[in-house]
Design a protein around this ligand. Structure first.
Ligand code: COA
Length: 231
């Protein structure tokens, strides 16, 4: 029987072991300690009676294009040997409690189209999907002498994110129909410029119109569905 509780900085090595097991990825442990201690990222862990961390979920607050407070369920993982015990739905419920504490209007998590175990976990935790297929596109940095101005673009947003696995900049509104091709190009270039300045790993966008991102040179790294609760 695992206990679900809020993570503290000393849980980071256990979280790192779960990330390694689930994603074969190494996290920057000292950076993750800072994220937890400064409450830039909020993690709930499932702890076995042995004291070992069996799984975790991470989340944080952003603001959507309508100005609503939104809770991002960012990373979810349970180690291979602890799967099938319904830890994931309990972890997703735990991050919803954080969302409520931070007065988020709703929570969302993007799940890969082929990840049925994760989809079922979100469904069990009371999340729903509109079943639309979002393409996740990423761009690397590009330094310009003068960054494009975005002030005339009402329905777009660049959101800096500090996650356990990367520091990024999310582009929101890239496929809004009221943008021109030239404005979209400026938006991506401004994001590329900003990540270079801020030394972030990448910039990315979830788009329903895949052609738009492909024309802008984005690299497709997966197809996702958006799961929401409280919406
Ligand atoms: C997705 C994930 C978090 C689910 O965690 P979990 O605690 O095992 O979730 P559950 O116990 O509710 O099981 C979910 C499903 O996985 C199945 N499953 C997958 N691997 C299993 C295993 N090794 N043992 C038992 N069941 C397993 C369960 O039977 C269940 O199927 P069902 O929904 O048809 O009943 C976990 O599989 C995982 O960490 N996967 C790798 C990382 C990942 O994909 N993260 C999500 C990114 S959004």
């Amino acid at each position: 029987m695992a206990l679900i509780r809020r993570a503290v900085p000393d849980d980071v090595p256990g979280i790192a072991a779960v990330v390694d097991d689930a994603f074969q990825e190494q996290i920057d442990q000292s950076y993750c300690r800072v994220l937890l201690s400064q409450r830039l990222n909020h993690v709930a862990v499932a702890v076995e009676t042995s004291g070992e961390i069996a799984g975790f979920v991470s989340g944080f607050l952003t603001t959507d294009l309508e100005g609503l407070a939104r809770w991002e369920v960012d990373l979810l993982a349970v180690r291979t040997t602890s799967r099938g015990q319904r830890l994931a739905p309990q972890l997703i419920e735990a991050t919803w409690q954080d969302a409520l504490e931070y007065q988020a209007n709703y929570a969302r998590g993007f799940v890969r189209l082929d990840n049925h175990a994760s989809q079922n976990s979100f469904a069990r935790a009371g999340y729903e999907t509109d079943e639309q297929h979002y393409g996740l596109y990423i761009w690397s940095g590009y330094d310009m002498s003068v960054a494009p101005q975005l002030d005339k673009m009402a329905h777009v947003n660049l959101i800096p994110v500090e996650t356990l696995t990367y520091r990024g900049l999310w582009i929101e509104g890239l496929d809004m129909p009221d943008l021109t091709d030239s404005q979209r190009k400026d938006l991506v270039m401004a994001a590329q410029h900003q990540i270079t300045q801020d030394k972030r790993d990448n910039t990315g966008a979830m788009v329903l119109d895949h052609t738009i991102a492909e024309q802008l040179g984005g690299e497709n790294v997966g197809v996702y569905q958006c799961w929401t609760k409280g919406w």
